[in-house]
Design a protein. Structure first.
Length: 400
């Protein structure tokens, strides 16, 4: 969080030097699916409120704590999130977020539109299990851009997509899309010069866990024609100026939450999933009937998942353990300080059968267990922990 005070100082300096400055974020403002990260996000939102962002795109992380959390952030801090291709189930994307936002600035009407790649699953840590779906970004833009062009002089695309997919999509769309600027919000890269695609779209990126800020200076006509542009990448390193008040607030937060942020102690945490009437049975009971599958498991990296944590000294770190055991967030799941009345709970190490299929006491023979298992992969194989995850490739390693 040290970058927050540096970010604030940089924004103050840039706005003081340039009269017409607007700030946007392509998304993934919120933290990871951990209670400690949520507390940290609460703090970050309070001070991000002071920085003056015009609009935020939506990234997968922004729904980590559920839609209600995001809506409350909008209400409490006046944030505006936009997205054109996310929906819940078969619903319309327009029902979830405004597909675009138009703001008038320095005599120009600026339109912001955001899309997210379907390859990034939307999973929340709340009990509410919304089925988020993502329309093709290209289809969403084809649907939204004609209307937005009528309302905006300058159009900014906020893209939560791999860089290669962004370039391919814009190339396929061809010149004349109406998009003037595309802010890449995903791959850890920075563009230190003006990149133009199709001759008319300026690509900018300043990504890597908040360590950089990208600045795009433009000369724009009253009709929205970008006549000149220059890029500056600011590294938020230890030598960067800071806003003292924010630095002090960050230090105080970290001091008061040192037992919570990156905690490596108690496993006695709130279990937000499952039911007290259900039990995890363990791989040895599964093996009584599913012999071949159990043998396949024994030869897989999943069977060594907990040992890999021990080798790194992280087997007492709940932030890591959650994805290396069975049922960490479930009632009667893994607990290193297990309730003595819950037999076997301390033995649920490694990514056993029930880590994917669910409670053994809910065993089903109608195919539902297999379907649920496939969806479970993305819970741990997310962008942060498994950026190269591809279901078909990974499934081949454990197919059974």
């Amino acid at each position: 969080m040290g970058g927050l005070a540096r970010r604030a100082a940089l924004f103050d300096n840039v706005k003081a030097a340039r009269e017409n400055t607007f700030m946007v974020d392509a998304g993934n403002l919120f933290g990871l699916r951990r209670d400690a990260e949520r507390r940290q996000t609460d703090f970050l939102l309070e001070y991000t409120d002071q920085l003056g962002y015009e609009v935020f795109g939506v990234g997968p992380n922004d729904l980590n704590y559920g839609l209600d959390y995001l809506r409350q952030a909008e209400k409490d801090h006046g944030f505006v999130f936009t997205n054109a291709n996310l929906a819940i189930g078969d619903g319309s994307p327009d029902d979830l977020f405004p597909p675009y936002v138009v703001r008038e600035f320095a005599g120009l009407k600026i339109g912001y539109v955001s899309v997210v790649s379907p390859r990034y699953p939307i999973i929340t840590m709340t009990a509410r299990a919304d089925n988020y779906t993502a329309e093709s970004p290209r289809d969403a833009l084809d649907r939204v851009l004609p209307e937005l062009r009528e309302k905006a002089d300058l159009i900014v695309l906020l893209a939560q997509m791999p860089s290669s997919q962004i370039r391919q999509m814009l190339t396929d769309m061809g010149p004349g899309t109406g998009i003037d600027i595309c802010i890449e919000g995903r791959d850890p890269r920075q563009y230190r010069r003006v990149n133009r695609l199709n001759g008319d779209v300026i690509l900018v990126a300043a990504n890597n866990e908040g360590k950089y800020i990208g600045q795009l200076d433009m000369v724009v006509t009253k009709d929205g024609d970008v006549q000149d542009a220059q890029v500056t990448i600011h590294a938020l390193d230890n030598g960067s100026p800071e806003v003292d008040a924010i630095r002090e607030a960050v230090d105080a937060f970290e001091a008061s939450n040192k037992e919570q942020v990156g905690k490596i102690q108690s496993f006695d945490h709130e279990r937000i999933k499952g039911a007290s009437t259900e039990r995890f049975l363990g791989v040895h009971k599964c093996a009584r009937c599913h012999t071949d599958e159990a043998l396949k498991f024994s030869d897989s990296a999943h069977a060594e998942a907990f040992a890999s944590l021990k080798a790194k000294g992280q087997d007492r770190n709940p932030e890591c353990v959650t994805c290396h055991v069975v049922g960490f967030d479930y009632v009667n799941g893994y607990d290193q300080v297990a309730d003595a009345e819950v037999a076997g709970r301390e033995a649920l190490t490694n990514v056993q059968c029930e880590a994917c299929h669910g409670y053994g006491t809910q065993h089903a023979r109608d195919g539902a267990w297999s379907a649920a298992a496939k969806e479970s992969c993305a819970t741990c194989h997310d962008e942060a922990n498994s950026p190269d995850f591809d279901y078909e490739t990974y499934w081949a390693k454990i197919a059974h």
